[in-house]
Design a protein. Sequence first.
Length: 682
Amino acid sequence: MTLSKDPLLQPYRLKHLTLKNRIMSTSHEPAYSEDGMPKDRYRLYHLEKAKGGMALTMTAGSAIVSEDSPPAFGNLYAYSDEIVPWLRNIADDCHEHGCAVMIQLTHLGRRTGWNKGDWLPVLSASPVREPAHRAFPKEIEDWDIERIVGDYAAAAQRMQAAGLDGIEFEAYGHLMDGFWSPATNRREDEFGGSLDNRLRFSDMVLDAVRKAVGPDFIVGIRMAADEDWDIGLSREEGVEIARRLADSGKVDFLNIIRGHIDHDAHLTKVIPIQGMAASPHLDFAGDVRAATKFPVFHAARIADVATARHAIAEGKLDMVGMTRAHIADPHIVRKIEEGREAQIRPCVGATYCLDRIYEGGGALCIHNAATGREATIPHVISKSPGPRRKAVVVGAGPSGLEAARVLAERGHAVEVLEATGEAGGQILLAARNPRRRELVGIVDWRLAELERLGVPIHYNVFAGGDDVLALDPDLVVIATGGIAQNPELEAGDDLVVSSWDIIAGAVKPEGPVLLYDDNGAHSGMTAAELIAKAGVELEVVSPERFFAPEIGGMNHVPYAKAFAERNVRVTINTRLKAVRRDGNALVATLGSDFSADASAERRVAQVVVEHGTMPMADLYFELKPLSRNLGAVDYKALIRQENPIQPRNPEGTFDLFRIGDAVHSRNIHAGIYDAMRYGVLF
Ligand SMILES: Cc1cc2nc3c(=O)[nH]c(=O)nc-3n(C[C@H](O)[C@H](O)[C@H](O)COP(=O)(O)O)c2cc1C
Ligand code: SF4
């Protein structure tokens, strides 16, 4: 066996620990915890990355060391002894695959809410509110400091007892750096003012931790070395802190962050989403490495292997974090090693993963349905033990392409029929927003996989029942998608245009525009963004409590930015009732769900509406009586991941089911999950 010369595949020695290559996943809380514990879902998630060849997985994100650091997004309870065996299981499993396991520990300080966990008061260096989590923290007292320093040390000891390879402390936007930053430390005692004073708390923590875990255990710190904030930690002070930590002998690596995170708009600069610059802080992290001559880790939208390789080859980093990249594809390293780089499923930066943890769910990848579902959905699809089926998939949108891919991986003979001349369905529409163009990666990756698997796509076939039957299938998947529908109006249905008309460029925006969105997802907001950026006067009207409720905090930022910069008026709690023509203008009548008496009018040139999609299911209903199962699906069996299709019609010659928006208006992930969860059962 020849040894690879790929810089990414070279081992790295950190103290006594040899990391087998240079690729890591930085800590991120996927909100898979159960009662604050990393149980099976958590373990399988990290195990998959270990199987995929990663050298180091930094578990948790912000595992909390104290009870008065209430969990803000499913954080693990590092303050509890109960966590030790759960973490030991993860460490043991990952170690079997040669993957090192560490964990990020923190006290969230002001970056949480008081009405969570044990309802204990939220605290910070000074009583400065954090807008993102909305608590007004109390100023930390002497007895809090004593207690929390002890909590850090005890938590570190627990991690050591669990057999982890090391820990890192979180010091950007949390309690530790709350002391460092002039933006959040207004103290006049020995913990405020000079840099020595502001470093006193973290010094106390590190001293206590070292005393608890000894000199050999690996301890790092993930820190903002420049808050990029006029009132925050300057680059000079930040790099000075990094230098002092490196020289202190108390830490073994620095994981470098640039920016601050007290508001979603700022968070997207630290964790850029699609349409934002790639690897924006890589050079800065390299500068810190040069200034400190110390091991430096870093992650921020280094989503592709070429950039990661450059980061290591050029000596900017010692370990490169590809965190969301591994949420999209946990087998990156294995594919590099096997010369299959082209098969890596790309992270398209949609940040559905991160947005979901604040929307009450676990992290899910927009186009990898297996992530976070490792217990039931495989990342590597095995061949079917059953008979080889002849499958016809109708529709080459994301759901249809995924169904074709999964069925072909299972070994079935698959053909795809697509009504238009191009694959991609609604993704092509979404990607017309220049900022979201990367979404096309979802389509391109699948097209490349289908080519590899030898699956033909027949374009420009608006399939009727005969077209499908002519292929003599024994399995038919309807993935025909949906079409924009109007909301119910008392009058004027014929006077409005849809968000799709605007996005597709079929209708040019003419101001003033009233855009009514009672769906609350990307399509309405994309139309609004395109209208606003065309310089057209716009009012967005929503019947909801806040606009675009289906869009999470990170994805909200670019829309809100476009609206703020273009003076877009946003009106909530308001419903579009009717539209009428008046001369050259349209008059929109608005009402309220809260009062029958409320009424207002807007005189505009154009009314654009967004009300989700209506399924294009004619073909499904045409084929339904001819199918073996009459279209019926046993959902209980589907949930158990057992064959959900039972025969009901002895005359039927094929099994039939529909997926994605051909069933009802949903999103990309739902369609891809449908395709996967059915596909692997055949
Ligand atoms: C779902 C999710 C949760 C995260 N939670 C944390 C966290 O608790 N602590 C932390 O330091 N970083 C957290 N991050 C940030 C990641 O560690 C990483 O810095 C970020 O995703 C940028 O790297 P990437 O572009 O390689 O994904 C989180 C990221 C994601 C996607
Ligand atoms: S949801 Fe988007 S950003 Fe997150 S891992 Fe998947 S592709 Fe990447």
